[in-house]
Design a protein around this ligand. Sequence first.
Ligand code: NAD
Ligand code: TYD
Length: 359
Amino acid sequence: MLTNESPILVTGGAGFIGSHFVLDWFAEVGTPLVNLDKLTYAGNLRNLQPIADNPGYHFVRGDIQDRALVDKLLAEFSPRAIVHLAAESHVDRSLVGPGDFLATNINGTFVLLEAARAYLDKLDAEDRARFRFLHVSTDEVFGSLKPGDAPFEEHFAFKPNSPYAASKASSDLLVRAWGKSYGFPAIVTNCSNNYGPLQFPEKLLPLVLDRALHGKPLPIYGDGMQVRDWLYVGDHAAALRVALEKGVPGQTYNIGGWNEQANLDTVQMLCALLDEFLPDSPHRPHAQLLTYVTDRPGHDRRYAINATKAERELGWKPKETFATGLRKTVRWYLDNQAWVQEVTSGEYLKWMDTNYGAR
Ligand code: NAD
Ligand code: TYD
């Protein structure tokens, strides 16, 4: 019988948001959790060291596309929920090599849905009613806003512009269809740009931070006036926990920080914090390192989330402002240079050359 004490199965729990979700889970809930992660370049078990020895924590290295493995885990652990975060997540990589994005984000989600549906078929009505599938998605499925457009609401049409966004939109649509066709109990969240500790330094903030520390040029795509709606990752982890508990199957919830910033302003704020924290740095003022480079093809101009529904129906609200969250983030990266060094070798150097070499 499934109870609140039954395990949950998390996919992608060794990635940026997944790690925060897992750590938050053990801090706030503490019931057993199985983490299925392939450990691509973006997955790092070091992130989960604080809970690695917790008897309720089980790590399994594997691919969400491996149906036999997913079936085995569902049979072995009898989870009460799947929280699905595993994905290829970086837009620039999706422009260079979209294949992995279609495989993991679309086919991987399909495999999980089918495995979970077969698992549900074997449960009795009470357990079936208790089970949840939380699909973690992005605001990028909605495409790009113009200045003055209303922020994304849940009912907005999908207009994805990058291979990454198209693959996530496709997975969201599969989840929707499984709900409508099979009564599959799925909840979807669409969140804005996350930032915070443990983010892989291919994304804007940790990339710029790392380069600024080493006095390297800070690449600003195009005119730098693209707008992103930043949310501190700890607030996203909390939103997912609450969505799993209170979300209604068949519903989608937009999650965001009510915090729109042009990239140029974001990078300048980051540079000002580095100037403050590192008064003796030879690279001060760090903003002198800003360098305009060739724009990203198909670059979305503006994302903004209307998170009213999540606030009203889930009772969730972000705790951090951009100023407090950014300060925490910069402090963490300065204090955790060993983590940065570990992830910025080998494959990372190849990626930097591929993406920035000819810009
Ligand atoms: P990430 O790239 O940091 O981590 C992804 C994790 O998934 C890694 O641990 C990786 O090893 C794992 N993974 C990849 N392919 C896998 C596969 N085939 N099988 C099993 N594991 C696999 O990503 P993130 O930034 O933590 O994003 C997590 C989820 O949140 C994604 O679904 C993403 O689309 C969504 N999201 C991210 C953001 C953001 O700003 N980062 C915003 C909104 C939504
Ligand atoms: P990113 O962190 O890749 O997230 P997303 O593309 O999912 O929004 O990029 C955030 C913004 O920063 C986006 O508008 C692209 C821009 N950007 C740069 O200007 N320079 C960079 O080197 C990177 C990685 C991103």
